[in-house]
Structure formats: structure tokens, C-alpha cells
Write a protein that binds this ligand. Structure first.
Ligand code: GAR
Length: 207
């Protein structure tokens, strides 16, 4: 649990891990009162694991196929995060839903970053959903995770303009730049005790 006044984070990532990198950088620079205790991936080839190792962070691959029921996989994920002393679980491009049992293990201290302005465009391919719909503004959202798909209480959001000639790639890149600023900012609010998961729709905020 909290060591030296710092919040212990477990980061779950399936792919590139650029959001993870932003968190690592801000923790190392001392701009977040937290440390990343472990990075867990469902993909052994995830660049996120390489990024963790490069920064001497424990890196663990847990492949879904190696477990029977979803509950067994989720319980192994939670065990790994708990053994690393995690106070807060950060989903950083983790492309799986976590179960209610997983959320219970962390009493709701689980956050996610999503590449759209929720409640618009939850789920997969959020940037494509936004382009297909024709919105002029999209963005990113950091939220506490609940049992739904991207439905939990919102912590912070950042808006990004959608340009007429945007492709999924150009819009995703513009949103990702904002994600790298927003996620560390949200984690620092939690680390300094300014934001907590509440029981209702709204996160408890004092800032
Ligand atoms: C990010 O855009 C993140 O918001 C998104 O995946 C990308 C991961 O990039 N997450 C989701 O869509 C979750 N539903 P990264 O691996 O470079 O951080």
C-alpha cells in the first residue's frame, strides 16, 4: 500500500502503452505523487511491457487463453496487482472489460482512459464512431470504472476539434496527445486526495 506517501499504481495495458509511458514519465519527474508498482498485460508482446522493463518496473504477462473461466483470469489479474501493493488500478489501453469481482477487490479504485467525450462513443473504435457520426468536437475522458462499458463516474475530460479532412489516424493521434496530458493530471488529483470514487454517478471532487 502507500509507500513513502506515494500512491502505488498497477497499470493494465494491452498494446503500445503510450499512456503508460506518460504516467511513467510524470511519476519519475515527481509531478505525480505515485509510483507504478507493476505493469500487467494480456498480450506478452505488448510494447507496454518493454516500456515497463526499461524503467525497472515489474512487468507481467497474463494470457487470457491460459485461464479457463473469465473469473479465474480476472482473479489472477487482481492477485498480481494486489501482491504488488496496488492502491489504484489504471487501465491504459487495456482492451478487456474487468469483472465486478475485480472491481470489488479494489473497492472501486480502478480508473480508465477512453478516447472520446463520454457518454458519447463508448466501447471499441471510439474515434471511428465519432468520425462516422460527424461530430465536430471529440476528445478523451478519464473515469472511474464501474460494471458498465465506459459508464463510470467521470474524473476529467479534454475536448479535441474534429477537422473536415480527419481520418481515424489523424483524429486518434490528436486525441492521444491530449490523453498523455489528461491521464497524469487525473492520477495526480487522486494521489493528492482531491478525487475519490463515490457511490453515485459523480466522483467526489475537492479541488
Ligand atoms: C488509447 O487511445 C486509449 O484511450 C484507448 O486505447 C489507446 C491505447 O493507446 N483505450 C480504449 O479504447 C479503451 N476502450 P496506448 O497503448 O498508446 O496508451
Amino acid at each position: 500500500m502507500r509507500s513513502g506517501g506515494k500512491l502505488n499504481l498497477a497499470a493494465l495495458a494491452s498494446g503500445n502503452g503510450s499512456n503508460l509511458q506518460a504516467l511513467i514519465n510524470e511519476c519519475e519527474a515527481g509531478r505525480i505523487d505515485a509510483r507504478i508498482a507493476i505493469v500487467i498485460s494480456d498480450n506478452p508482446d505488448a510494447k507496454a511491457l518493454q516500456r515497463a522493463r526499461k524503467h525497472s518496473i515489474q512487468a507481467v504477462a497474463l494470457e487470457r487463453e491460459k485461464f479457463g473461466l473469465r473469473e479465474e483470469f480476472d482473479s489472477a489479474l487482481a492477485d498480481a496487482a494486489e501482491e504488488a501493493g496496488a492502491d489504484l488500478v489504471c487501465l491504459a489501453g487495456f482492451m478487456r472489460l474487468v469483472s465486478p469481482a475485480f472491481l470489488d477487490r479494489f473497492n472501486g479504485w480502478v480508473v480508465n482512459i477512453h478516447p472520446a467525450l463520454l457518454p458519447s462513443f463508448p466501447g471499441l473504435k471510439a474515434q471511428k464512431q465519432a468520425l462516422d457520426y460527424g461530430v465536430k468536437i471529440s476528445g478523451c475522458t478519464v473515469h472511474f470504472v464501474d460494471e458498465g462499458v465506459d459508464t463510470g463516474p467521470i474524473i476529467l475530460q479534454s475536448a479535441v476539434e474534429v477537422l473536415p479532412d480527419d481520418t481515424v489516424e489523424t483524429l486518434s493521434a490528436r486525441i492521444l496527445k491530449q490523453e498523455h496530458l489528461l491521464y497524469p493530471k487525473a492520477i495526480q488529483l487522486i494521489a493528492k486526495g482531491a478525487v475519490k470514487p463515490g457511490s453515485g454517478r459523480k466522483a467526489i471532487s475537492h479541488y
